[in-house]
Design a protein around this ligand. Structure first.
Ligand code: 5GP
Length: 222
């Protein structure tokens, strides 16, 4: 006769689900934010990128629907009117915004969403969704290094680079509004730092939706 197995009941701790969080990475152009974002997304299956809408022209190598949803100003204005954007801003003379639906669905299903948005968008998220927001500012190792990185980007014209240098100091002036600040000396170290932030923030009490019920089951057995 086959030995009988005692079936252990499903662990009550499995009923603790988690609300997703919004992880914002901001920095001046050239500080390494895009590289950090790509590595985080490659390594973390629970993290999804928020794909913004923008009215700026597509750059060589960009993929519609992956890097941005490229739209015209008329559609952008309609989305603003209809309340379809979670936040929006004008950056370098173009309009950018975060479509609301995809983000809200991800959060409700316990997935985390990564945002590459500027300080204006971060301020709006802080006003509208503070509990879900974790914001990280990425600083370059020095001003000289930032300038060198901006010049080594082949994609942009000298005028665009000059414009971004001017904007960099404006963006950096908002560093103190962020929850965490990372100086990007080394990409791997910076990615590890953001992963540590994510790990801790995922464990915040308010994000663990079924926790009170689980604690009751623990106490009931005592
Ligand atoms: P780029 O044109 O180089 O892709 O982005 C320019 C700036 O716009 C970056 O600082 C980027 O973080 C910001 N940005 C991109 N998408 C959004 C968005 O949806 N909202 C806001 N507020 N800023 C964005």
């Amino acid at each position: 006769m086959a030995p009988q197995r005692t079936q252990s009941p499903a662990s009550p701790s499995k009923t603790i689900s988690r609300r997703g969080l919004m992880l914002v990475l901001s920095s001046p152009s050239g500080a390494g934010k895009t590289t950090i974002s790509r590595r985080l997304l490659d390594r973390d299956g629970d993290l999804a990128m928020s794909v913004s809408v923008t009215t700026r022209p597509m750059r060589p190598g960009e993929v519609p629907g992956v890097d941005y949803h490229f739209i015209d100003l008329e559609l952008f204005d309609r989305m603003v009117e209809a309340g379809e954007l979670l936040e929006y801003a004008r950056v370098f003379g173009n309009c950018y915004g975060t479509p609301r639906g995809a983000v809200e669905d991800a959060l409700a299903s316990g997935r985390d969403v990564l945002f590459d948005i500027d300080w204006q968008g971060t301020q709006q998220l802080a006003q509208n969704a503070r509990d879900d927001l974790v914001s990280v500012f990425v600083l370059p190792p020095s001003g000289e290094e930032l300038e060198r990185r901006l010049h080594s980007r082949a994609q942009d014209s000298a005028e665009v680079i000059a414009n971004r240098m001017a904007k960099a100091s404006d963006e950096i002036s908002h560093w103190a509004e962020y929850d965490y600040v990372i100086v990007n000396h080394d990409v791997e170290e910076s990615v590890a730092a953001v992963e540590a932030i994510l790990r801790a923030e995922r464990l915040r009490r308010r994000r663990q939706v079924g926790l009170p019920r689980f604690v009751q089951t623990v106490q009931a057995a005592l």
